[in-house]
Ligand binder design. Structure first.
Ligand code: NOJ
Length: 536
């Protein structure tokens, strides 16, 4: 087996598919696996190396798949196991690897083991699989501790016991429909090991592990000294994440992954500060941990410098290359986050070029290659469980993506014809011209974001193939006067103008820029909100 087969992930560009919103082959308004398969050639045409599919396992969809009721099956909404096999087969034919999402911290309240726990009552071995506990207060009317749910409200819900009386409470760090597994119960590890093996056996090239820093909770579930923690992030709850015991799980999973041929890859959603996240990518644990710093950084050269330098330092220390990412299904789309309109789009294009030019691997979220903005989903159509509990909605980044410029209907998302209603409404012409942003509308237009993405990926591939750059390159990050950010690695320089006025283009051969350059006298200049990749 070539070294390449085991280390492809170090420099991979992974395209994230949110199956509900990618392509709907059966016309029911929700995307599905057959739809993904039918559109894999689009992902291959970008030049990506792999696809990460967010959850498609059996699930009542309370958190759109992050509430799993059967880890070993495909939800009928998305198709069948046969559809998964066909997807993997086609992806591999196209040279794309496939990563599957594994959700080990919690399951669905519809999972048969949780249902059995509800029925079995207090003190039963069935309840020991989860975190059930009597409440506090006079008659148990208060939650057992003061932990907040990441989605807002308390992290506990009270159950009605089989005798019809209000009874124990159970822990759910996310929605009430997502009870947390008790990882101190030996059967939990066995169940999730089986799930991991199942998808790897079926041909997945690796897994993305949801809430990888979760799983174990501090023994005794003690109160938080300060329960007023940052919303939508688990990491503030120091009692509910980043416990030492979790590393033993990843050591075991690494042995499982390494036993496959070619070896399989483990990428963790480890939303911790870099020095803690680094501990998850020790040589015998996960291959990579998602880098969240740029997802959170505003459009500001100093903020980017701090974020990028910290991540690069971490990679140098751990030997695990950075997974650069500026968009995913949980955050506001970059063009909107960076200010909206033309300016926001220009910045998002610069950020896209940046993540592809930095050393390591990169994640591109579906629609990012089209420059899609966040959609203002009408309140009555919002579906995110976080919206109901805390007023935060992630729906605007999850709207079905446009394939055709047709003036009505679903812009090619759904095979259901003009009457088919997608699960989230796509914008009408008056809100944002979704059709003008479609794949077909951008195809072949050299100024489009789609063609910029392709050009950047072609260039990246060529520079790697020619040995000009390597995924493990050391890089230095600095900010220059006027908000110019520069990242220098062995053969190339990335420059992003994050300031308000044009600056002279740094020396070197221009390889690609995210937008047109301007002139300053005789020389070329980098306008605001533009990135350039130069050969040195
Ligand atoms: C992280 C996922 O990306 C998010 O969409 C989900 O709601 C939570 N984990 C809970 O599973």
């Amino acid at each position: 087996m070539s070294a390449d087969e085991n280390s492809w992930w170090r420099s991979a560009v992974v395209y994230q598919v949110y199956p509900r919103s990618f392509a709907d082959a059966d016309g029911d308004g929700v995307g599905d696996l057959a739809g993904v398969t039918s559109r894999l050639d689009h992902i291959a045409s970008l030049g990506a190396d792999a696809v990460w599919l967010t959850p498609f396992q059996r699930s009542p969809q309370a958190d759109h798949g992050y509430d799993v009721s059967d880890y070993l099956d495909v939800d009928p909404l998305f198709g069948t196991l046969g559809d998964f096999d066909a997807l993997v087969g086609r992806a591999h034919d196209l040279g794309l690897r496939v990563l599957v999402d594994l959700v080990p911290n919690h399951c669905s309240s519809a999972h048969p083991l949780f249902q059995a726990a509800l029925e079995a009552g207090p003190g039963s071995p069935e309840r020991a699989r989860f975190h059930f506990s009597p409440g506090r207060g006079h008659s148990g009317e208060l939650p057992p501790n003061n932990w907040p749910s990441v989605f807002g409200g308390p992290a506990w819900s009270r159950v009605t016991e089989p005798d019809g009386q209000p009874g124990e409470w159970y822990l759910h760090l996310y929605a009430p429909e997502q009870p947390d597994w008790n990882w101190r119960h030996p059967a939990t590890g066995v169940l999730l090991d089986e799930a991991l093996r199942f998808w790897l056996d079926r041909g997945a090239d690796g897994v993305r592990i949801d809430v990888a820093h979760g799983l174990f909770k501090a023994d005794g579930l003690p109160d938080l000294a300060d329960p007023d923690i940052e919303p939508m992030r688990l990491r503030g709850n120091v009692m509910a994440c980043d416990q030492e015991e979790v590393h033993e799980v990843y050591r075991r999973w690494r042995r499982i992954a390494d036993d496959f041929e070619p070896q399989r890859v483990l990428v963790g959603e480890v939303n911790l500060l870099p020095h803690r996240a680094a501990r998850y990518v020790r040589p015998d644990e996960l291959h990579q941990a998602f880098a969240f710093a740029l997802l959170a950084a505003p459009w500001d050269a100093k903020a980017w410098r701090t974020a990028a330098a910290g991540l690069l330092e971490g990679a140098a220390d751990t030997g695990s290359p950075v997974t650069w990412v500026v968009e995913n299904h949980d955050v506001v789309r970059a063009p909107t986050r960076y200010g909206g309109g033309e300016r926001g789009l220009a910045r998002a294009r610069a950020a896209l070029l940046a993540v592809l030019a930095l050393p390591g691997s990169a994640y591109v979220y579906q629609g990012q290659e089209l420059g899609l903005p966040e959609v203002e989903v009408p309140v009555e159509a919002r579906q995110d469980p976080a919206w109901l509990r805390s007023g935060v909605t992630r729906d605007g980044a999850r709207v079905p993506i446009p394939w055709h410029p047709e003036p009505s209907g679903t812009h090619g998302f759904s095979a259901g014809g003009p009457g088919a209603l997608p699960w989230l409404p796509v914008p009408t012409r008056t809100e944002a011209d979704w059709g003008a942003l479609s794949v077909d509308a951008q195809e072949g237009d050299p100024s489009s974001t789609l063609e910029l993405t392709r050009a950047a990926l072609r260039l990246r591939r060529r520079l790697h193939a020619d040995g000009v750059v390597h995924p493990d390159d050391a890089a230095t990050v600095c900010t220059m006067a006027g908000g110019l950010l520069q990242v220098e690695r062995a053969g190339t320089l990335l420059a992003i103008n994050m300031g308000d006025v044009a600056v002279g283009l740094p020396d070197g051969e221009l390889l690609l820029s995210s937008g047109p350059l301007t002139r300053q006298g005789e020389s070329r200049a980098l306008p605001p909100d533009t990135a350039a990749w130069l050969r040195r």
